[in-house]
Design a protein around this ligand. Sequence first.
Ligand SMILES: NC(=O)c1ccc[n+]([C@@H]2O[C@H](COP(=O)([O-])OP(=O)(O)OC[C@H]3O[C@@H](n4cnc5c(N)ncnc54)[C@H](OP(=O)(O)O)[C@@H]3O)[C@@H](O)[C@H]2O)c1
Length: 301
Amino acid sequence: MPRPHGRTFVVTGGSSGLGRAAAERLSRMRANVVAVVRREDEVREVRAAIAGATGRGTVEVVAGDLSSRTSVEEVGREIRERFPEIHGLLHCAGVRLPDRRLGPDHTEVMFAVEYLAPFLLTRCLIDPLAAGAPSRVVVVAGEEHRKGFRAPRGLDLKNLQGERQFSVLAHGKHLALARILFVQELGRRLEGTGIGVLAVAPGPTRTSLLRHYPWHLQMLERASLLVRGAQAPEEAADHLLHAATDPELAGVSGKYLLEGREVVPSPAARDPEMARKLWELTEELLGERFVGEDLPDGEPS
Ligand SMILES: NC(=O)c1ccc[n+]([C@@H]2O[C@H](COP(=O)([O-])OP(=O)(O)OC[C@H]3O[C@@H](n4cnc5c(N)ncnc54)[C@H](OP(=O)(O)O)[C@@H]3O)[C@@H](O)[C@H]2O)c1
């Protein structure tokens, strides 16, 4: 993949944390940045902040609630109409909630933002990504899929939205696992299209992700971040940019990178049968298949 200069990158979660840091870094590298933020009233401030990082590339900010399917599709449509070629799509938005909450579509909010939105937005932008090939889709993931208290042993397809059992800590870890399986299956389906797909664990990072947690869990998680030597978002952004732009990763797809190195995720996160089942379940839930206009339909030959 050529240098980001003059190329177009879409980054979700552009208002804070990893997404904001990645958008600012890309802008500094003179890329054209399209940041997705949740609230309309943030658009101007976020655009000024990202552009202020250098003001060299163009910066567009699009607002949309990623917990709503209609809103994700509107965001996707707007970006697709304005940017016929996209070279990188970075899924950095995420949310941690203290209890199970349903969003506008009666879908559990964490599942909607962290899993369904990346699926839907990638689907909406698949044609500009194909037109921009070689291009990449980067999904933020984490070692939480296999480490720490309540790490999942496998994906529970009957509890993707915490409908059977919801635990504050376990749900985020379960979704991290789902995201890695999504990357594996998307990578397989996009083979030969020039669109690479990578899951990236940037390492523990000091962000505002835990702000909705009860205070005692915030203290616990902050202590854990301290012990693990958490980095600033700007440092974590290096790993995201490496995944999105480094030419050395040309041809690497469907894989998991930990702090810049390709590593093997947990056995549960490299189960091709489960990745396929998750994909099919998602298509069933959405009532639509994931097929770009000019892409193969991804069925195994
Ligand atoms: N921090 C870490 O140590 C770490 C490590 C590995 C992986 N991750 C993963 O990285 C992702 C981002 O985390 P972060 O640490 O950068 O957290 P963060 O600072 O809280 O950033 C999350 C971003 O997502 C946006 N967002 C949340 N809900 C949204 C919605 N409904 N619609 C649109 N945007 C929405 C937030 O916007 P608002 O501010 O407007 O809500 C914010 O910009 C998460 O999936 C997390 O699991 C984090």
